[in-house]
Design a binder for this molecule. Structure first.
Ligand code: ADP
Ligand code: MG
Length: 373
């Protein structure tokens, strides 16, 4: 039987747990033609949410584009043009007609068509180095110019990457997007500080462009029902206590919940009894599977960063900078603790919310804590 829990890829349909409110809110935004920026730390489910919302919308033409693996603004231009062409034209209308249509809208570039190794048509463009900005501009203008039969919504995933591609790209985007009547955008991002400079900084071209939505963990009750149903569908039984252990470990973070449930499912499928030893077996499976990666990370930390991490893994709601914590964990002076916290934040090993710090990865938290046992 195939393990029903999935991690590391977009989850769809039955694999996608609830998020009813977010699905509805996002659909309303898209259908009303508004733009939105969707923020959460990584692996909280942004891509899955957008892909699932898109799959239910018929009134609007939805297009997904990921900036993650793109090297520079030229590659962006070519890949984005290809995505638009594939989504907004049908190859049935004939290559000549598509090329003619494209050339009519794109200033100064002459697109060509070739077949890739799979036999799929792919658009090529030759961008002169002094014409990159104009080329980008005319490609970004394309969705509005094509007079598509429906409104269009385009999602840019990992949008924080836009800074790396070309410092001016976001200025060009904003100047084009603000005039488009028929096209809206969703910007997904996982680096809060970068997304804040892009969208909240009054000097940024995107200041006040679109609504904001922050994705939180999924509720405990929804995840409980989800885990139960996945087990039921695969004809295995999971005890309530095992579910509680999974959610306590994962802190309801969707990715880590899937991972912890995946390991539990594997053990239960192997007929390991859910008795008093089960939690220990399950937990060590999870931790061992990650420990090489954790060790590599740990080796790159200095003594103060290690101390601060351990303290964070051990305290509950207490502040890391409280007097008791500083004494109990033998922490260096406040300014040094702050330096360590900032570099741990920078490495995204920890996250900061409303003034308090927590681990990004709850499994790493347990690993660190056990290290000093
Ligand atoms: N609604 C959901 N239901 C179940 N699992 C989810 C859900 N959203 C995310 N996940 C889990 O988290 C992982 C990361 O999700 P993803 O959408 O790639 O997050 P992000 O785009 O925020 O990095 C998925 O592979 C899946 O294991
Ligand atoms: Mg994603």
């Amino acid at each position: 039987m195939i393990n029903p829990f999935q991690f590391g890829k977009v989850v769809r349909d039955k694999q996608f747990c609830n998020r009813q409110r977010e699905l509805r809110d996002l659909a309303i935004t898209i259908k009303s033609g508004n733009s939105l920026w969707l923020y959460s730390p990584r692996r909280l489910g942004k891509t899955s949410l957008v892909v699932n919302t898109f799959s239910h919308i018929k009134e609007v033409k939805t297009i997904y584009f990921d900036l993650f693996n793109i090297r520079d603004s030229r590659e962006f231009a070519t890949k984005y043009l290809n995505t638009l062409t594939h989504e907004l034209f049908t190859w049935k209308q004939g290559v000549t007609s598509i090329l003619k249509n494209l050339s009519g809208h794109l200033k100064m570039i002459t697109p060509t068509v070739s077949l890739d190794t799979m036999g799929n048509p792919s658009i090529g463009i030759d961008i002169k180095s002094n014409e990159v900005s104009q080329t980008l501009e005319s490609i970004l203008e394309l969705p509005q110019k094509l007079n598509y039969s429906k409104p269009i919504c385009i999602a840019f995933d990992e949008f924080q990457e836009v800074e790396r591609l070309d410092p001016f790209l976001k200025n060009i985007m904003r100047s084009v997007f603000q005039h488009q009547q028929n096209v809206s955008y969703i910007f997904l991002g996982s680096k809060e500080s970068l997304m804040n400079t892009i969208f909240s900084d009054a000097k940024s071209p995107f200041f006040q462009f679109g609504e904001k939505m922050k994705l939180d963990p999924i509720s405990n009750s929804e995840l409980t029902a989800y885990i139960k149903s996945m087990f039921r569908e695969t004809q295995l039984k999971i005890k309530n206590e095992t579910i509680e252990n999974i959610l306590q470990l994962s802190e309801c973070h969707p990715h880590y919940t899937q991972y912890a449930a995946y390991v539990a499912w594997g053990l239960i499928n192997q007929k390991i009894q859910q008795d008093e030893n089960f939690k220990q077996i399950w937990l060590s499976r999870i931790i061992e599977s990650q420990s090489d990666a954790f060790r590599t990370i740990f080796e790159q930390l200095n003594a103060n960063q290690r101390k601060v991490l351990y303290a964070l893994s051990d305290i509950d709601d207490q502040s890391i900078l409280s007097k008791e914590t500083m004494i109990k964990y033998d922490l260096p002076p406040k300014s040094t603790v702050n330096t360590a916290l900032n570099s741990l934040l920078h490495k995204t090993l920890i996250l900061k919310s409303i003034g308090s710090y927590r681990f990004e990865n709850p499994i790493f938290k347990i690993w660190i804590n056990k290290l000093y046992d």
